[in-house]
Each structure stands twice: as C-alpha cells, then as structure tokens.
Design a protein. Sequence first.
Length: 168
Amino acid sequence: MVLIVMLIALPLVHMGIPWLLSHWGPHHGWIAGAPGLINKLGLIVVGCAIALIIWITTTALRHIQLLPERIPIGLRPTKLMQTGPYARTRHPMYMAEMLLWLGLAIYFGSLVVLGTGLIIVILAARFVIPREERALESQFGEEYRQYRKRVPALVSWKRRPSEADRLL
C-alpha cells in the first residue's frame, strides 16, 4: 500500500494539481501547443526536486535500521534526522516541493502555477514550519537548538565551512 501511494498517488497529486492549474491561463513560451526551449528547462528543476525526494527517502530508509523494534505510532519523530539532505536544510521536503512547483511553473509557462506555488511557500514558512520547529525543539531540546544553529531552514546563501575547512 505504501508503495502504491509513493509511486502513484503522490506524483498524481503533486504534478496533477499544477497541471490542472496551468489550464487557467496562457502557457507563456509555448509554441504551437508545445513547450518552448525555456519551458523545457523547467524539467531540469523538476528533476532536481525528484532527486531530492529520492535522497530524502533513501536517507530515511537507512535510518530505519537504527530505530527500536517497537516505536509508538504517532506523528512525532523518535529520531532527529541530521544526515543526508537534513545536513543541508532542516526542511528538505519543503525544499523539494518548492523546486517542483517552480519547475512545473517554468515548464507550463504558467503564472497561475507560479503564484499558487508562492502562496504555498508563504503559508508553509509562516504557519507550518514554525509550528514544526517548536514541536521539534520541545521534543529534542538542546540537540535541536544546536542543529538549528548549524543548518538553515531552507536555503543558505552563504557558504558554510566544511569539515575540511575546520581542520585547517
């Protein structure tokens, strides 16, 4: 059942909704009903989003072995993920979603898709992410506070020193 959701339902929702929204306006850059060269570049961004989702999934699967045999069922994580994409951004799923909407907006040449994606990002940044971070801080305490100091919420525009830099 989980495999069906991962391989069929999620892509249908996450790519189907932008596709449907793209029909509410013109497809900028499209020529004779087909995407132009600039529009096709959006597929590179979509590919990056898909690659990030695969990286997130494989990181999570590697950590399954580290979990206790019995864990309470609930929405609260039992382990603070800090490796893989979680070492680069505290919210890689939101980053992947942003990339997906941006790439599809470029591909469809749709201002409606772009605007909807921006609204989703603003709502997540304003309401969802702060709530999640408060919950993580209350659950993991100092470990989460240190993680938050080290890793940006979504994107860092300044270069962070690597382990090799710290050794110099």
